[in-house]
Design a protein around this ligand. Sequence first.
Ligand code: PHE
Length: 454
Amino acid sequence: MHHNERVNFGSKIGTILVAAGSAVGLGNIWRFPYEAGNHGGAAFILIYLACVFILGLPIVIAEFVIGRRAKASTGEAFNILSGGKPWKWVGYLGVLTGFMILGYYSVVAGWTLEYIYQALSGTFFGKSSSEFIQMFQEFSTHPLRPLLWLFLFVLATHFVIVKGVQKGIERSSKMMMPVLFILVVVLAVCSIMLPNSEKGISFLLKLDFSKVNSEVFLGAMGQAFFSMSIGMGCLSTYASYFSRTTRLSHTAISVGLIDTFVAVLAGLIIFPAAFSVGVNPDAGPSLIFITLPNVFQQAFSDLPILAYTCSVLFYGLLALAALTSTISLHEVSTAFLHDKFSLPRKQAACFITGGSFLIGVVSSLALGDWSDYTIAGMNFFDALDYFTAKIMLPLCGILVALFVGWYLKPEDVKDEVTNYGTLRERFFPVFFLIIRYIAPVGIFLIFMNELGLL
Ligand code: PHE
């Protein structure tokens, strides 16, 4: 393995966009609004923000430290830094978690392609709410159609990955991320201008703590980890391609701010629009696939061309956001096979593409024909989402914090955070305090609380 010859991202902005590309995804636009909707809106968002800025950002920096120090993808980084001690299993656990997420995430990513296709062919026109529900149910439980889109999406991810780190991952993020920012802003403005949109805005802003319970805390923490791509080594894998001059703290803060900005704007697209036409915000995972096309049709009933354009743009936005995230998920496993077993990148990518497609097929069928097979009372798709987002990501998060806070030498951590002594980074003692004590204890307490042991 040639650690010293590892490729780097070519520019500072490229580095930020790639990391933000991993963070911004279906988590922000599909998962965040329904989690917020189910857990009471503004209070959830406040707890979410605390999780992002107090627990999330330090763990992002910790992951950057691990990846850049080891100059290897997550699966190998723990192994290298710990000299083969059992810590290496944290890296493997991360790779496994990412691989599982990639499987079911690609299913939802595939749905976005079907909805782009439907939006482009104008089939949303004149449909009633119940017809939209029926349309989504028929499609998502269909045994074949979602698989076709899943296949296309996995293939698109594959092509970017085999093109390599700079020409594939960095170049695609630099093209897609600016388009995505423009789309979210345009759609949020359209949504806020709808009649009665203030009800949706107040749902996002009005604090109501009566709905806050342990589940809300776990939900907010899981969402923060999922949305920032924390806990399964995406960020440390990307950090192994950072240059020596990349400022870890600035990159982490940029990722946190961009990710939060997109999540809040996604809320501003979805809630005002949903309230404007009297749709319930707690519809769950189907929120953006059922309510949104309906909302656009009803809101712009006099201006069908606007309804058409918004629908196409919205699902286009979703597909772009999903693609930059599936790329990062794929890269973790591909780089692992490449680093660990010295497999050529192309071959490693083929294995991961094939494997994730298979998990995707099972997850997709679990929503239809195979919905009777359950794990802990959930179908395979929901079980994957629950175990990865709410259990494995926070668990890996604790382990990352313990590894950087207690196992690595504090001087080495400081060396990495200060770019080998060239930066002052006065926040270091606070960061270290959080990584050593607050993050592990905080995550642990939220877990215990959820398990009813506290
Ligand atoms: N952060 C991505 C999103 O919000 C999902 C993701 C999770 C990507 C974990 C990579 C790792 O959609």
